[in-house]
Design a protein around this ligand. Structure first.
Ligand code: ATP
Ligand code: ZN
Length: 288
């Protein structure tokens, strides 16, 4: 049995760059040139399959790919109509955050979704929502330009992805109910072989290391020894700060790995509490 893994990622679109970055930052080298659908890594036993995002859950389900990177929205839509699916989310990846929400033309009154016509690319999820809320409505599946449907008389409202809301605003639509929030996720088949699962776990740890490093910062600062306790308490997500003596016996240097974002406000608070020479540095990898 081959121990080589295959990971399916989006070929072109919003998920592509972040997926490629995550894989390469995990120490996996590969090159994708031109229209090639398959890229082989030269330094890790993995092949990268470049496909449309909608095909990724079924490729993992059929074990054509062992892993996939896809929006949770696409995974949940896939699973909403395949109850016995073995494709599961194994890691939240923290990018491509968006939500699936109902929106209506500005000024139009919609008190309930009952008996309405709803246009969406996510019919499975919308129907599930309607069922769970004992509502009856007409769900119309549209693959693109969903936001235009209320204006051409096809639908009363839509259910579509929203991130900043700019597309809705540009089309005079307003959100009135959120269905779910989504982000990119790593998916795998829960029935993959023991050997593959071992390799998947190794890769997952590397991905986690890259994700944790994204938020993490290494902070160094100086302060009075008498203030060190207070200063340590202000460092976000720092489990075990290192306190080092300085030449001036009343002063110390504090070094800490902060595993939560360090904002300007945090630095200003540190300064107010007596810290000086505050350095915040990026972290490339974390292995906890
Ligand atoms: P494909 O050609 O691969 O089918 P697509 O047009 O269906 O691509 P994209 O628009 O590239 O898909 O979006 C891919 C995923 O990115 C979505 O399924 C969703 O998870 C996420 N996404 C969509 N819109 C946004 C957004 N505005 N902001 C952040 N993430 C988004
Ligand atoms: Zn798609």
């Amino acid at each position: 049995m081959t121990k080589r893994l295959t990971i399916a990622i989006q070929k072109k679109g919003r998920l592509n760059q972040d997926s490629v970055d995550l894989i390469t930052k995990s120490g996996i080298s590969f090159s994708t040139n031109g229209e090639r659908l398959l890229a082989k890594s030269s330094n890790f036993d993995i092949d990268i399959l470049l496909v449309r995002d909608d095909d990724i859950p079924s490729l993992v389900e059929k074990k054509v790919a062992d892993l996939g990177i896809v929006g949770e929205n696409v995974l949940l839509e896939y699973k909403s109509v395949r109850k016995s699916s073995k494709t599961v989310n194994v890691l939240d990846l923290g990018f491509s955050k968006c939500k699936l929400a109902f929106a209506k033309p500005e000024g139009k009154k919609i008190k309930s979704l009952n008996n309405k016509k709803i246009a969406t690319s996510y019919p499975g999820l919308v129907k599930k929502y309607l069922k769970e809320n004992s509502l009856k409505a007409d769900v119309i599946k549209i693959n693109g330009s969903v936001e235009l449907t209320p204006y051409v008389g096809i639908a009363d409202c839509i259910c579509d992805l929203v991130s900043s809301g700019a597309t809705l605003e540009a089309n005079n639509l307003v959100e009135f109910k959120e269905l779910l929030t989504s982000q990119a996720v790593l998916i795998a088949n829960s029935t993959s072989s023991k050997l593959k699962q071992k390799r998947i776990s190794q890769l997952k740890e590397r991905f986690k290391g890259v994700i944790d490093a994204r938020e993490s910062k290494y902070v160094m600062l100086n302060c009075d020894l008498s203030n060190s306790e207070k200063i340590c308490n202000l460092l976000p997500g720092a489990d075990a700060p290192t306190i080092l003596p300085l030449k001036d016996k009343n002063k110390v240097a504090i070094h800490a790995l902060c595993q939560e974002p360090v904002f300007w406000e945090t630095m200003e608070n540190l300064k107010k509490t007596g810290a000086s020479s505050i350095l915040v540095m990026p972290v490339e990898k974390v292995l906890n």
